[in-house]
Ligand binder design. Structure first.
Ligand code: NIG
Ligand code: FE
Length: 412
């Protein structure tokens, strides 16, 4: 099966040299080809270039993309898309003045979602989660990371991870799974965090490794959640079981978690709303990708990640949604790209790089997705007729997507 897209007004994020991620000034460079063609063969990008060199052989399908732009699908490297129920009641509490931490201290927050999830059957959890996955696929996301962390018991953490596995088996979107048992200390362990950490390391991790239920291990490293010392222990144990570290860090306080992430070769450090100069410094010349989650800042009214300062200091940056019921109940990458431009002062080029090639790296998927390159998955966004790619972030709250293709197939 071969498909030719012809007369593409502009083909965006074209990479002919192997590029794992872009950082600093290079983030402002977004290579494109105007008046382009692209050939898909067996779900992969087989060829692309200027229309002058468009191949003439017969194709199974030819799509005329006149007036439209094409870019690689969004890569959303941080979500909690598998969850049960919602938290609209806390939303109203928040409107009335309670902070995220006030709500958590009242027994709401993550513990509230964990209680609902524990009472939800595996099949019901799957049905609720697949609706969200279908929603984000239609919004242009072609690769996604999904975390556990609302189970907080052996049975429910495994239930979440099995649901992620089932989504992976049933949908064309590429999915990576993260074990986030260290999301919050459950109430039963409030005075005995040590036993909970032992349960994660000694009971859950061997089961997860045996059934290959996760790719990554994550910890919410934050005052009142897990300390830097706890984080280091959990990351090391995860590594021993073949899980690559990631961290939720510097959301409310800068307590040294970024340095722990770098020390344990974390693939990414995520949130980063509170950044000291030494935090920025310690990420320089590392392989750890900083990830900003502007949807969370928008929803909670907390500071935005100082992305401008970080990129100007030479760092790379990825953007993700953090799709979850408490701090970012939206999986819309189009909105994330807009808010990065509007609130964090990224240029459209920087934001698109952060949401594609750098997002792919933050999931260890830089060889499969995130750019238009030969041999990569044909995960493609075809826009409506638009004048320039800057219109994508400019038209915030809308999306300019006409069609989405995953592994070469149109998503209905
Ligand atoms: O990434 N900060 C920790 N975890 C999630 C929120 C979880 C929740 O509130 O349900 C986050 O923001
Ligand atoms: Fe998160």
């Amino acid at each position: 099966m071969t498909t030719l897209f012809k007369n593409i007004k502009e083909l965006i994020q074209v990479r002919t040299e192997v590029t794992a991620f872009v950082s600093g000034k290079d983030m402002n460079k977004l290579p494109t080809i105007k008046n382009a063609f692209l050939v898909v063969e067996d779900g992969l990008i087989a060829n692309f270039g200027n229309m002058e060199n468009c191949p003439k052989q017969p194709f199974s399908k030819v799509i005329d993309a006149s007036g439209k732009m094409m870019l690689p699908s969004w890569c959303d490297s941080h979500t909690h898309l598998v969850y049960a129920g919602n938290r609209e009641r806390e939303f109203v509490d928040k409107i009335k003045g309670l902070s995220y931490q006030d709500i958590a201290n009242k027994g709401g927050g993550i513990l509230n979602s964990a209680k609902t999830l524990q009472e939800t059957s595996e099949n019901d959890l799957y049905i609720q989660s697949k609706a969200r996955l279908e929603e984000v696929m239609a919004l242009g996301t072609g690769a996604i990371e999904i975390k556990s962390g609302y189970g907080l018991t052996v049975a429910s953490e495994l239930k979440m991870l099995r649901v992620i596995k089932r989504l992976k088996e049933n949908y064309p979107i590429s999915i990576k799974a993260t074990f986030l048992g260290a999301h919050v200390v459950p109430s039963e362990y409030r005075n005995n965090k040590e036993d909970y950490i032992k349960l994660l390391i000694e009971d859950l991790m061997p089961k997860i490794a045996k059934d290959q239920l996760a790719d990554f291990v994550d910890v919410f490293c934050e005052t009142g959640y897990f300390s830097v010392e706890d984080t280091e222990r959990i990351l090391q144990a995860g590594k021993d079981y073949g899980l690559v570290p990631k961290i939720h860090v510097n959301q409310f306080n800068s307590i040294g978690g970024i340095q722990a992430g770098v020390k344990y070769n974390a693939l990414s450090v995520d949130h980063l709303e509170e950044m000291k100069d030494e935090d920025i410094e310690s990420l320089k010349s590392t392989k750890t990708m900083p990830v900003a989650l502007p949807g969370c800042s928008f929803f909670l009214g907390i500071p935005y990640t100082p992305a401008r300062k970080m990129i100007d200091a030479g760092l790379p940056l990825a953007l993700a949604t953090d799709y979850n019921p408490g701090s970012s109940p939206s999986g819309n990458m189009n909105f994330v790209v807009s808010s990065a431009c509007i609130k964090m002062k990224l240029t459209p080029e920087e934001a698109i790089n952060a949401a594609t090639i750098n997002g792919a790296y933050a999931m260890g998927m830089q060889n499969e997705v995130g750019s238009i390159a030969k041999g990569k998955q044909a995960n493609l966004i075809l826009t409506k007729p638009i004048n320039s790619y800057s219109f994508i972030p400019y038209s915030f709250g809308a999306n300019q997507i006409e069609k989405v293709y995953l592994k070469g197939k149109e998503i209905k």
